[in-house]
Design a protein around this ligand. Structure first.
Ligand code: NAP
Length: 276
């Protein structure tokens, strides 16, 4: 981890965990992975298909990881194989990062009530919410001495965000799943939390109609009047996944410049952003 911009230290020394959802260097999961590695964590990664392996492998190698497993979360055989590989290699793990979501592009624009199809709904909920339940159950079997898990969500679960549509419904389900998983695994010393990040420019965000407006509006209307820095999300992940997060579980923690706290943005900030 030479030249890392992420604070270095030993908060994750001796801890091993699985990162699901690195697609490229802009992925939120990659910022989290770098921060965890900078604090001494040993990491394994899942990727989806050979094309992504080409992108994820050099990133993994840069943080000293050679444990990469192919895994489409909708495929039970691949989930079985991925977690079996992890068990063979490590036996036990300490943490899980779930940063996976998907909805078809046709589901992420226009009218929610008109555009949402049964198949689109099922696939968004399956990939973006059920996959956390499935991964959490499998990961928990490898957490013999307690552990910590996080997932990534967005404010579209709580309020209507134009074009976010079925993904908002999936994120609401994901946050509810987080609470239920936290209650089930709590007695085993496993903490389970969600980070609600503000908009960050990634492949997934590019799929949402009106993305440009979302970034400009978020910047203008947030308390910090700035867009969300992936390093802030990575810092929150470090807190929740390390022993610093002791006693924190079942929580949805906002890292969005305070956007969620604002009822009405300042008129001037808003006017300037719309005029840009
Ligand atoms: P990203 O880099 O595109 O990451 C999304 C990941 O999900 C990719 O690695 C993608 O792999 C994976 N994925 C999708 N379908 C999958 C499947 N069936 N099996 C396995 N993996 C699958 O985008 P990101 O923004 O970092 O997204 C990470 C998480 O943060 C998501 O849950 C997202 O909703 C959440 N989030 C993002 C923002 C934002 O503004 N960017 C804000 C709040 C929350 P493929 O590329 O192979 O499909």
């Amino acid at each position: 981890m030479a030249d890392t911009p992420f604070p270095t230290g030993t908060l994750m020394a001796g801890k091993r965990g699985l990162i699901m959802g690195v697609a490229n260097k802009n992925s939120i999961a990659w910022a989290i992975a770098q921060q965890l590695a900078a604090q001494g964590a040993e990491l394994a990664f899942t990727y989806q298909g050979e094309k992504l392996l080409r992108r994820v492998k050099p990133l993994a190698e840069s943080v000293g990881s050679s444990l990469l497993v192919d895994c489409d979360v909708t495929n039970d055989d691949q989930m079985d194989a991925a977690f079996a590989t992890l068990k063979d290699e490590w036996g036990e793990i300490d943490f899980l990062v779930h940063a996976i979501a998907f909805a078809g592009k046709d589901q992420l624009a226009g009218s929610f009530v008109e555009q949402t199809t049964r198949e689109g709904f099922k696939s968004a909920l399956d990939i973006s919410a059920y996959s956390f339940v499935d991964a959490a159950r499998r990961a928990s079997e490898m957490m013999k001495d307690g552990g910590s898990m996080i997932t990534l969500t967005y404010l579209g679960s709580e309020r209507v965000i134009p074009n976010y549509n079925v993904m908002g419904v999936a994120k609401a389900a994901l946050e509810a799943c987080t609470r239920y998983i936290a209650a089930d695994l709590g007695p085993r010393g496993i903490r389970v939390n969600a980070i609600s990040a503000g908009p960050i420019k990634t492949l997934a965000a590019a799929g949402i109609g009106s993305g440009r407006h979302m970034f400009r509006f978020n910047k203008a209307a947030s308390a910090l009047q700035d867009n969300t820095d992936p390093m802030g999300v990575a810092g929150a992940a470090l807190y929740l996944l390390s022993d610093l997060g002791l006693s924190c579980t079942g929580e949805t923690h906002h890292v969005d410049g305070g956007f969620h706290a604002i009822g009405m943005p300042q008129e001037t900030a808003l006017r300037d952003s719309l005029a840009e």
